[in-house]
Design a protein around this ligand. Structure first.
Ligand SMILES: *[C@@H]1O[C@H](CO)[C@@H](O)[C@H](O)[C@H]1NC(C)=O
Ligand SMILES: *[C@@H]1O[C@H](CO)[C@@H](O)[C@H](O)[C@H]1NC(C)=O
Ligand SMILES: *[C@@H]1O[C@H](CO)[C@@H](O)[C@H](O)[C@H]1NC(C)=O
Ligand SMILES: *[C@@H]1O[C@H](CO)[C@@H](O)[C@H](O)[C@H]1NC(C)=O
Ligand SMILES: *[C@@H]1O[C@H](CO)[C@@H](O)[C@H](O)[C@H]1NC(C)=O
Ligand SMILES: *[C@@H]1O[C@H](CO)[C@@H](O)[C@H](O)[C@H]1NC(C)=O
Ligand SMILES: *[C@@H]1O[C@H](CO)[C@@H](O)[C@H](O)[C@H]1NC(C)=O
Ligand SMILES: *[C@@H]1O[C@H](CO)[C@@H](O)[C@H](O)[C@H]1NC(C)=O
Ligand SMILES: *[C@@H]1O[C@H](CO)[C@@H](O)[C@H](O)[C@H]1NC(C)=O
Length: 838
């Protein structure tokens, strides 16, 4: 057998003959040469660079490889990922036949080769243009031997041309392991590896618990994951021979920059770089739902997919506040308050915390059959290891032990089941039991002590509270005065830059603070795309919606000015009216007419509220939205492309008239121009048209696409994204198309609508919506056409073509009847694109 760490493979001689005279600064490190801080080597085509870097806000240094041409720096490989360098005085050097990282004391921190090394051979390290760092024995110039390559030791990135696999001879697996955090490349909890037995990818938590599998590779695609299939961008392949099994992929167009990563979120992501842009675009991600990531919210955390966040189970609080608040939930939650002793030793109502959440099915769950709920409760209470129980009312009792992971917020249509969690932890209970006898003896003494401790801590507590309230008063005052100062500066800024006058009044911050009771939670209406929205009562009992745009939102002064000047000019009954604005250095504020009924999505996606919108109302809303967009596109003096149409941006007034809002991303295009290009693709997952998502090309037709999605959502009561039929992975567009081709489109109509629904009108709307979401923008109608079609009989409508993002699963099904045609979502045209990072 071969020496295990040096699988010798012949490398092209050509590579080496070309680079003989280059030194550091070129693409190669030669014998006795080193790279120190500030020095790098760059691959011959200028794609990749190797050197020292500091990730995020870390103070440590690492050796890494990153894209030379992309900013911000994107690291694809890290040498010493779990051995950070404290000081800058370090060297990466070729010495004694090995590539070694030495710290300032000449200690070896990391080396490429391990085991028996021949120190006499001549070795070079070459950074290739595909991002691979290769260490070769060049003693025989005619036949360089590969000793080691970084592609065999990936960190969290899988580059085109690299492989992810399993070596049958050494039993070694190549595994992608997530970073611990964005500023710590040390191995985190999530890993992507291959399962050679089933020729599939799997994602594991803590190297052990598998929580996602791609399904077997069938030569075309992975199991039920339509995104991961052969298509015109990616050439995926699976190689299985006597020595190894591995996956690899390449790009048909090598000018595209793409990578697959095991992300800190526990999801794998295929990202591409939009040329000229400065963001990575997400092509697809798996698992699709972030709540499917194992232990995403840690122990006793509850995952909320809709709001993309984690909450602690009631009665619990984050274990580590700072981590939790920076969206790292892995440390989970702990019990919030000290438990009354008798609640631990006696089964009373205060012994239990009740919550309504979705409890994961797990093999650790003990299922017993009991007659009554009280028996289930006792069974849990008197089992020390029991943490919680659930009872289904028909005799099924589940006893959960240990820390609870993977709890999820219930979404609509899910069966409600209450979980009862013990207020005391199992340890508390064991301790309490043991000390019961002792307590009986010393009860009088302890009672006295409790009294003393109690009164002391009460006095202490009172003092602290008094101090605290003093302090908090102090900071609030300071906060406000700081605001005023900043406000003055920003106002100057605003006026200097504005070349045109703004038609709406400026409001002073004091007025707004007063009207919203200092932005109190009680006045919060909801969360907009860029910041919270509050209700304000202005002098004269006038109700106004106050939209704050926080600085972290990414909306800069430019976007703000854009929104203010733009909306001030617009007057249409289906567009929300701007009443005023306010600006300071940290916050920008817009005042809108107040919409008592919030946004469309709060109605149509809610099981009970949706009944308030019968077919007639929905039809009127669809018409209203169409009129509003048509005004933007065709009727106002300016041609405006909204770019972020979605149900949450459609507000409803007291008569349920729709009003389009959120013009933060809108663009004006001049005169007859109907399309434009952007370097920065922004918008919302699920509503973006393919040409906009992939090429940054936006036009009035991309708004038409979003309108089509909104209409389908209104008719079906389901969201376009996050909606998948159980057996076949379909998004709403795919599902609607499938029903349409089967002439079963009435199945799309939400149940609560069926009664009030005028079927021919509904079918007309589905037809129009499908016309709007067609793949080719030129086939989509204008909004003015849409209004005509909506007003017409619906008999002579064009037949829609296949929508974007839907393709036929099996090309071979051409001959088959329509009943066994299968359509799936795919990234044939790239599924979904959202902006990453922020
Ligand atoms: C590299 O350094 C070692 C020790 O300093 C020396 O023996 C060796 O000759 C050097 N090799 C080359 C090619 O300069
Ligand atoms: C390396 O060279 C030294 C001196 O020439 C020799 O003693 C030693 O055996 C060589 N080592 C190997 C592994 O060939
Ligand atoms: C991961 O597994 C190891 C044992 O393999 C265990 O010691 C460690 O606690 C686990 N980590 C977490 C976060 O549970
Ligand atoms: C796709 O990848 C396979 C395996 O790497 C390769 O043999 C094939 O030539 C590639 N196809 C194209 C069109 O590049
Ligand atoms: C497997 O390894 C052996 C020995 O290393 C080699 O001779 C053979 O060509 C390899 N087979 C393949 C398919 O690469
Ligand atoms: C590759 O993509 C670039 C832009 O990303 C394009 O200009 C070029 O025409 C493409 N090449 C091929 C062969 O498709
Ligand atoms: C989460 O979203 C739901 C609607 O999906 C909303 O009712 C709820 O208030 C949100 N919770 C938080 C904490 O934002
Ligand atoms: C208990 O029931 C759950 C879900 O019904 C199941 O996943 C689990 O395997 C069962 N546990 C045992 C020990 O049978
Ligand atoms: C309760 O248990 C019975 C029998 O074990 C089973 O048939 C039934 O499906 C269970 N109900 C639920 C809601 O799990």
């Amino acid at each position: 057998m071969k020496n295990s760490n040096s699988i010798l493979i012949v490398v092209h001689f050509l590579c080496f003959s070309l680079i003989t005279n280059l030194s550091v600064g070129g693409d190669t490190i030669f014998v006795n040469e080193s790279v120190s801080l500030g020095q790098t080597i760059i691959s011959s085509g200028g794609n990749f660079e190797l050197g020292f870097f500091r990730p995020g806000d870390s103070r440590y240094y690492y050796i890494g490889i990153w894209y030379k041409k992309l900013y911000p720096q994107t690291v694809v490989w890290v040498a010493n990922r779990d051995k950070p360098l404290g000081g800058a005085d370090a060297n990466l050097i070729i010495s004694q036949g090995n590539l070694v990282l030495l710290d300032s004391l000449q200690n070896s921190i990391w080396s490429a080769l391990a085991g028996n090394i021949n120190p006499n051979i001549s070795v070079t390290a070459l950074l290739r243009d595909d991002g691979n760092l290769i260490l070769s024995d060049v003693s025989k110039a005619s036949m360089p031997l590969l000793l080691w390559q970084s592609f065999d030791y990936p960190t969290h990135t899988f580059l085109p041309g690299a492989k992810l696999g399993y070596d049958k001879r050494t039993q070694q697996k190549q595994v992608l392991i997530s970073w611990k955090s964005l500023s710590d490349p040390a191995p985190g909890l999530y890993s992507l590896e291959i399962d050679p037995k089933h020729a599939q990818y799997v994602i594991k938590w803590n190297r052990t618990t598998e929580y996602w599998a791609s399904g077997s590779w069938d030569g075309q695609q992975f199991g039920s994951v339509p995104e991961m299939r052969l298509n015109y961008i990616y050439n995926y392949s699976y190689i299985d021979n006597e020595n190894e099994s591995y996956f690899t992929y390449s790009l048909y167009n090598s000018t595209i920059t793409s990578r697959l990563i095991m992300d800190v979120s526990g999801q794998i992501k295929q990202l591409t770089w939009l040329d000229g842009s400065s963001v990575w675009n997400l092509i697809w991600t798996q698992p699709r739902k972030s709540c499917e990531v194992y232990a995403k919210c840690g122990a006793f955390g509850v995952c909320d997919e809709a709001n993309a966040t984690c909450n602690c189970l009631s009665g619990f609080k984050p274990r580590l506040d700072r981590q939790w608040n920076s969206n790292d939930y892995s440390s989970g939650c702990v019990r919030d308050q000290k438990v009354q002793c008798n609640a631990i030793t006696e089964d009373t109502d205060s012994s239990w915390i009740t919550s309504i959440v979705k409890v994961p099915a797990s093999e650790d769950t003990n299922n017993i059959t009991v007659g009554k709920a009280s028996q289930c409760r006792s069974a849990c209470f008197y089992t020390c290891s029991c943490t919680a129980y659930t009872y289904d009312g028909s005799g099924n009792c589940s006893i959960l032990t240990g820390d609870l992971y993977n709890l999820q917020q219930l979404s609509k249509n899910e069966i409600e089941r209450t979980i009862f969690v013990k207020r005391g932890s199992p340890e508390d209970q064991t301790k309490a039991r043991k000390s019961m006898k002792l307590k009986a003896i010393f009860s009088s003494i302890t009672a006295l002590m409790f009294l003393l401790i109690g009164s002391f801590s009460y006095i202490y507590y009172r003092r602290r509270m008094a101090k605290k309230s003093d302090r908090s008063k102090g900071t609030q005052g300071a906060h406000i005065s700081h605001w005023h100062k900043a406000e003055g500066e920003a106002k100057v800024l605003m006026n200097e830059n504005s070349d045109e006058a703004i038609d709406v009044p400026y409001f002073h911050l004091e007025t707004i603070l007063e009207a919203t009771d200092n932005f109190s939670n009680a006045n919060k209406l909801g969360q907009g795309g860029f910041g919270p929205v509050y209700k304000g009562i202005f002098p004269g009992e006038k109700e106004i919606a106050v939209k704050t745009l926080s600085s972290q939102s990414g909306q800069g002064i430019d976007e703000f000015k854009n929104e203010v000047t733009l909306i001030a000019k617009l007057q249409h009954r289906n567009l929300v009216r701007l009443l005023g604005y306010c600006i300071n250095a940290t916050e920008q504020i817009l005042l809108y007419e107040y919409m008592p009924n919030k946004s469309l999505d709060t109605f149509i996606f809610d099981g009970t509220l949706c009944q308030l919108l019968d077919w007639k109302k929905r039809y009127d809303i669809i018409l209203g939205i169409a009129r509003g967009i048509s005004y933007l596109h065709h009727d106002s003096r300016l041609r405006i492309i909204h770019r972020d149409l979605k149900t949450s941006n459609i507000l409803l007034d007291e008569e349920m008239n729709p009003k389009i809002s959120d013009f933060g991303l809108a663009r004006i295009v001049e005169g007859k121009v109907t399309e434009a290009n952007t370097k920065k693709v922004v918008g919302t997952y699920g509503y973006m048209s393919p040409e906009y998502a992939l090429d940054g090309l936006f036009s009035i037709k991309s708004d038409v696409f979003s309108f089509g999605v909104v209409v389908l959502e209104m008719i079906s009561g389901r969201r376009n994204t996050g909606f998948y039929q159980s057996e076949e992975a379909l998004n709403l567009l795919g599902y609607a198309w499938k029903l349409w081709t089967e002439k079963a489109e009435t199945q799309l109509i939400e149940k609560s609508l069926l009664e009030s629904c005028n079927r021919s009108e509904a079918i007309k709307c589905i037809n129009i919506a499908l016309l709007c979401v067609q793949e080719d923008p030129n086939h989509r109608p204008n909004m003015s056409d849409v209004i005509v079609m909506l007003g017409g009989e619906g008999t002579n409508l064009p037949t829609p073509n296949r929508p974007a993002f839907v393709i036929r699963a099996h090309a071979s099904s051409t001959s088959s009847s329509s009943s066994d045609k299968k359509y799936i979502v795919s990234n044939n045209q790239v599924t979904i694109t959202v902006e990453e990072g922020r």
